[in-house]
Ligand binder design. Sequence first.
Ligand SMILES: Cc1ncc(C[n+]2csc(CCOP(=O)(O)OP(=O)(O)O)c2C)c(N)n1
Length: 367
Amino acid sequence: MEKAVARFEIRYTQFLDEHGKATGEFPDHSKNPDELVDLYRWMVLMRTYDAKAIALQRTGQLGTYAPILGQEAIEAGVGSTMHSDDVFLMTYREQGVQLMRGVTMTELFLYWSGDERGSDYQGPRRDFPICITIAAHCTHAAGAAYAIKLKGEKRAVVCALGDGATSKGDFYEGMNAAGAWKLPVIFLVTNNQWAISVPRSVQSAAETLAQKAIAAGIPNEQVDGNDIVAVRDAMKRALERARSGEGPSLIEALSYRLSDHTTADDASRYRSADEVAEAWKREPVLRLRNYLSAAGAWDRAREEALVRECNEQVQAAVQAYLDTPPPRPADMFEHLYETLPPALESQRLEALGPEPEPAGDKDTAVV
Ligand SMILES: Cc1ncc(C[n+]2csc(CCOP(=O)(O)OP(=O)(O)O)c2C)c(N)n1
């Protein structure tokens, strides 16, 4: 005897097409265009911040930076649906979500200048710091969600990662624990088609990344990640599931990394200008603006005022960053080990001398 013992299908959702036209009826949370205006404002602020960060790096005023260009709808969708007491674990390309959760642009600039005070943000105290180690935070996310479950709290954990990160063992381990223990965690996979120079097509033989959740027993779906309404809809449902004790979810949000991987990369060496030009036609910010304009909720005057406001806000953050006194040299030895290993202890002695450096020696400019 032979029979099928499991079947699955992957659902894909889009509400707003690439021209900014509704593909059908919007869900209740997005029916009023005025409510989408606030999200549009966030997306423009993210883009302004991102462009300034690159300009700072190019002029030697910031370290290596990872642009978020093209992923604004995912970031605004995640940032606007999480509650402040939820926990967010991120990689380096979720700075828009961080901004919406209360991390300041000045703190982000500090982070990207190599200053650890940029990770000690004053806003969402329970969010984790940026995780550069690909997928390592998936197991941390499962752990944080387990703690929330043990305490019986109605909070959720969101773990954001990229398409390349879904090839790592930590991702599968985190998902397996989350599925087995029904943990309140959402794995939000931003599929921006490229893991540095490795295209999605050679990263995995799986037809979708969403289906990777099936082996872990986790509900999953795919959304158009350049459609803010689709991202919000999937996030709201997944967050509700997590908070009400129904367990984890995985969302694969399809998007495209419009910029270089980082400012240390040159994407034109491995992908064609035609591919990037095609991707620009689907980008999320213009798409939402087209929708809002057609709905009468946005116009040129409001756009010009917003651009001015965003530039002023970003410029003020840049100034605050440039005015921040540098960290103490001792700081680089203080945050990793309780007791320094001998090799680092000798480096500390060499850099600082036998006595710990007194606090307050901060009179040199950052740049
Ligand atoms: C464990 C580990 N291996 C390798 C790297 C080097 N690395 C940095 S980014 C990256 C690609 C990540 O691609 P993806 O997960 O798709 O995220 P994206 O950069 O596209 O946002 C790699 C391999 C790393 N940071 N950590």
